[in-house]
Design a protein around this ligand. Structure first.
Ligand code: FAD
Length: 400
């Protein structure tokens, strides 16, 4: 006996919910099940992120990210307006703190021009009109279309909307293995599907492998730890202050973000983690998984792919508050040790590495069978992108 659905979606993160929403908008009468191994929404990346709706300036025009980030951000703000979800289009500045950053500044501005993104190069005086306490910068970029939103509120609204439209949610329902082309074994029994969408975030690659896919891909999780500014110095940051990133890496660097509640978060780090859900020091780490990850990390370190040694040294140091503080001081120099307050906020980026080229995958990846599509490397800015990303996923599936 199995439960039968037209579409089964694995994972109730933002990508799975956005895919369900897209299918419902195209085929309102379809029967959809969302299978989620946790008992509630937002336990992983979609509920643990910075809550920034990125404008898309980081991505070259030939990437999937460029195709869906700016569009997705606009659609998310429209969705927020339609459903009375608070968001703030507060803008952001990206600071070049050394002459070496200037080539990247030009590259980011080229990306913006190519992708129709509003961004201006500003000088030090203009920068300090936006952010009076920011470091002096050789140059800076101002992005007026960056916004902040509470990601958990978005997840809840989407879930409520989908439930009202008849989508069935199964909580504590871990998808274990496919049974042929159209059935799945789960911890809650067997499900039959017309088409399957694998949106399992940090576990999407393990499920894809059970379908005989993702053979060249393996996971290296990176932990993002945050600190918060104490209330006393909260006024030092008006909106979002980011560094010019190292474009050989899929991370944006420690930044300061005034979130929708008014708190200012500092982070996240990109520290190699010991497991897909290793949010604490050892919590969530499993021995077998950790051994595989350590092996891949050692390979990346030895080959120095994606400038990995520099990343590893800089990021591991950020477990210590002093190193973390100095990353923040590069953006806001007047910060001192007691200005950073501990927070439990931490997230994991399920970063995929290509085991043939030994390099980090920078873009979203899709792999398919006749009756399933697998969304891999769903890293930042997948929250921003989600509504446009879902449109692309459903188009590619050819199933709706
Ligand atoms: C620290 C951090 C900061 C970030 N900041 C931003 C930002 O500011 N802006 C932005 O756009 N993006 C940001 N991101 C990225 C963004 O949060 C993620 O890309 C996005 O949330 C991924 O969504 P998802 O649905 O693919 O994954 P998830 O949210 O992880 O959802 C996947 C779901 O699948 C479930 N699942 C897994 N395996 C199974 C299984 N076998 N059976 C059933 N269910 C399963 C999981 O429990 C989970 O709920 C950030 C990420 C991190 C970690």
């Amino acid at each position: 006996m199995s439960l039968k659905y037209d579409y089964v979606i694995v994972g109730a993160g933002i990508v799975g919910l956005a895919v369900a929403n897209e299918i419902k908008s195209r085929r309102p009468a379809s029967r959809i099940a969302v299978l989620e191994k946790e008992s509630e929404l937002g336990r992983h990346a979609s509920g643990r992120n910075s809550g920034v709706l990125h404008c898309g300036i980081y991505y070259a025009g030939d990437t999937v990210k460029a195709q869906v980030c700016a569009k997705g951000g606009k659609r998310m703000m429209q969705f927020a307006q339609e459903h009375s979800i608070p968001f703030e289009k507060s803008g952001k500045v990206i600071l070049a703190t050394s002459e070496g950053d200037m080539a990247t500044v030009d590259r980011l501005l080229r990306n913006a021009a190519e992708n129709g993104i509003c961004a201006y190069k500003i000088d030090d005086a203009e920068l300090h009109k936006f952010e009076p306490y920011a470091a002096h910068a050789a140059a800076a970029i101002y992005c007026p279309d960056t916004a902040v939103i509470d990601s958990r509120t978005v997840l809840e609204q989407l879930r409520n909307l989908l439930s009202r439209q008849g989508v069935d949610f199964f909580w504590d329902c871990e998808v274990q293995t496919p049974l042929g082309e159209d059935r799945l074994k789960t911890s809650k029994g067997i499900f039959s599907f017309g088409f399957l969408f694998n949106c399992a975030g940090a576990y999407a690659d393990t499920l894809a492998k059970k379908f005989g896919l993702a053979r060249d891909l393996a996971l290296i999780p990176f932990k993002g730890i945050y600190w918060k500014l104490s209330e006393r110095v909260n006024h030092l940051v008006r909106s979002n202050i980011y560094p010019v990133p190292d474009v050989s890496l899929p991370f944006l660097g420690v930044h300061l973000t005034r979130v929708i509640s008014g708190d200012v978060y500092v982070g996240p780090t990109a520290i190699p983690a010991l497991g897909r859900e290793n949010y604490g020091v050892l919590q969530g780490a499993r021995i077998g998984e950790a051994a595989g990850i350590l092996g891949r990390l050692a390979g990346m370190y030895l080959r120095n792919s994606n400038n990995f040694r520099k990343l590893a040294h800089a990021e591991l140091g950020k477990y210590g508050k002093a190193n973390f503080l100095s990353a923040a001081q590069r953006l806001v120099p007047c910060l001192v040790d007691e200005d950073l307050v501990h927070t439990p906020k931490a997230g994991i980026r399920p970063q995929l590495v290509n085991v043939r080229t030994h390099s980090l995958e920078m873009d979203y990846i899709f792999e398919q069978t006749e009756s399933s599509i697998h969304v891999l490397n769903s890293i930042s800015p997948a929250f921003t992108s989600s509504l446009a990303f879902a449109e692309m996923i459903v188009d590619r599936s050819n199933a709706v």
